[in-house]
Ligand binder design. Structure first.
Ligand SMILES: [Zn+2]
Length: 217
């Protein structure tokens, strides 16, 4: 199958994580030379690398990742170009309203900032972010899944500023899904694309790493 675009960052030791989250490790548990085969032990948080958040991430009685129907994570990509936004740039409804036609049930809304090029560096924390009010407007139009090529759709204040989880509360509170740390969104800006953000079937978990990818619709 041709025309597949990988939208995921690699999972590797030393990779960037959300401040305070568990570090990623992949280390030998059995070794070919000693045991006759290789098995590795994985250790990571549920929000490591390119991943999705289930409602349970912020909502006590929200759906867990294995409760969300698999088709929720597959849909037509609607890529909104916000790549002109700079560090800590605020994305408001006024910026997004011109894309209103793309905001409908079944479409996966991908907010493209190209901040993914800063992955692994401290400036990655200074990503553009969505306002809570903008998220509410998007959801009103039937969108269930919002993906970003940044650490979070909310502002991350590790380098200064105010912590806020308004977009998380809004999206997850409405039963929606957030995808974070996507990359390569510029590659699917033009043309019609389908996207898959299917998580692992992690029973009772609040999120899951995903191998996000897109293919020509
Ligand atoms: Zn997350």
């Amino acid at each position: 199958m041709k025309d597949i675009v990988d939208l995921s960052h690699p999972l590797e030791s030393g990779m960037q994580i959300y401040p305070g989250d568990p570090r990623f490790h992949c280390a030998p548990a059995a070794e070919l030379s000693r045991d006759g085969y290789n098995v590795q032990r994985l250790q990571m948080g549920s929000h490591t690398g390119t991943h999705v958040d289930a409602p349970y991430h912020f909502i006590a009685d929200g759906k867990k990742i294995d409760d969300v129907p698999i088709d929720t994570f597959i849909g037509r990509a609607a890529v909104l170009d916000m790549s002109y936004k700079g560090a800590k740039g605020k994305i408001q409804w006024e910026d997004l309203a011109i894309f209103e036609d793309l905001m409908k049930s079944g479409n996966i809304l991908l907010i493209r900032t190209d901040w993914s090029k800063h992955w692994g560096h401290s400036i990655y924390y200074d990503h553009p972010y969505l306002t809570r009010a903008a998220a509410a407007e998007i959801l009103k139009r039937g969108v269930k899944v919002i993906g970003v090529d940044t650490l979070s759709p909310d502002a991350t204040a590790i380098n200064g500023g105010t912590w806020d989880f308004g977009v998380h509360e809004e999206v997850l509170g409405s039963g929606g899904i957030i995808a974070e740390n996507l990359t390569n969104l510029a590659a699917i800006q033009e043309g019609e694309w389908m996207v898959s953000l299917v998580p692992l079937r992690l029973a009772g978990c609040d999120g899951s790493p995903v191998r996000a990818f897109a293919w020509k619709a």
